[in-house]
Design a protein around this ligand. Sequence first.
Ligand SMILES: NC(=O)c1ccc[n+]([C@@H]2O[C@H](COP(=O)([O-])OP(=O)(O)OC[C@H]3O[C@@H](n4cnc5c(N)ncnc54)[C@H](O)[C@@H]3O)[C@@H](O)[C@H]2O)c1
Length: 430
Amino acid sequence: MKITIIGSGYVGLTTGVCLSHLGHHVVCVDNDVEKIRLLKKGISPIYEPGLEELLKQGMEKGTLSFTDSIEEGTKHGLAIFICVGTPPREDGGADLSSIELVATRIAETMDEYKLIIEKSTVPVQTGLKLKTTIELNNKRGIEFDVASNPEFLREGSAIKDFLYPDRIVIGVENERAEKLMREIYEKIDAPFIVTNIQSAEIIKHASNSFLAMKISYINAVSMVCEKAGADVKEVALGMGLDHRIGKEFLNAGIGFGGFCFPKDLKAFIKISEDLGYHMNLLKEVLKINQEIREYFINKVRDLLWNIKGKKIAILGLSFKPNTDDIREAPSIYIIKHLLKEDAYISVYDPAAMKKMKRIFPDIDYKENPYDTLVDANALLILTEWEEFRNLDLERVKNLMKTPIIVDGRNIFEPEEMERLGFIYRGIGRA
Ligand SMILES: NC(=O)c1ccc[n+]([C@@H]2O[C@H](COP(=O)([O-])OP(=O)(O)OC[C@H]3O[C@@H](n4cnc5c(N)ncnc54)[C@H](O)[C@@H]3O)[C@@H](O)[C@H]2O)c1
């Protein structure tokens, strides 16, 4: 099928590359001309395992191309996926202005039937607004359908998640749209859930909020564990083996970040409020996420006494491993606080340093973990990259001025660390 993707970021580019891999003819559009320039050269502007290989394959096969023109994109695709960003507004609601803009341009330029699919995460009832916007600007009365197809991929495993999803959710209004959606995904073997558009939209917000709630739940439990002499890792294991609970998203740590959870939670709270229900449960989830970061900084303060003038090594900047994404990463909040207290900060991250340099140009970026540690008063682990689990801990200890580790991701075992001579604090571990 001829498919167009508008918005070629983490979601749009992955969708485009994977759909071309599945045999569709895909054009990806973005208004960021620099991004399109790189993509046309076969270079992925984002770090995502396996993405660049599939990108090059698609371009070589001739089933994947790029443009900065929505008009060109609209002409190409029978199905048009809208994958632009939906960032938070001041009031917590989602800023849907890019969706409106793109929908207007599609309506003005389409000259034959189109299926227009919202893949960006949007508040419930956005589909209705999308349809109205297209109707209003569709002066020539061209036929079209609107569908919702929320995306559940995770950065860091986006390709795998897209090609082997737990489920595909589509919200449609008629059989024509359903048939086309089934055709797009026919090569993917996964449960196919067909709902109305509003249900599909809520499935996405409710799923992300639920996962964030699991993280805040275990983080709240971790604070009790620590005070009570329990180990949250053991508690999470004992809980998670219950199938009704499940063991995923029960890793205590410095909380969730990224482009999705914080903004989707806020947007779900806001839309629920607009619709007349106060989601206090989710407000508490956000509050705990903030508390756990402060709790972590207090641990550093407890161990270092005065932060002023101390050298602090930080390993991990991205909001989670295997991505260069630092949006809403706990590391930003933590670094800001440490700088406010006049710490000297030295950092390493396998993928996210380039992006972090734009926020903190003046901290010390190192090429490998060990270089951050020379004469450090403390090491903070903020992202659980696999590389950090395999550190030569004897070398770590010898490089540091004082062997203090505050591990925001519980990647090491406290007993083992103490045996090795470290003063080690994890999260929720007595
Ligand atoms: N990142 C994730 O893991 C993830 C997962 C599931 C869903 N989502 C949702 O998908 C949507 C996109 O997220 P993302 O992470 O890919 O964002 P992103 O910022 O990486 O990508 C959005 C892209 O849209 C482009 N864009 C913005 N306005 C445009 C316009 N008018 N015309 C053309 N292009 C335009 C931007 O230049 C950017 O490249 C969001 O709603 C997000 O919540 C994201």
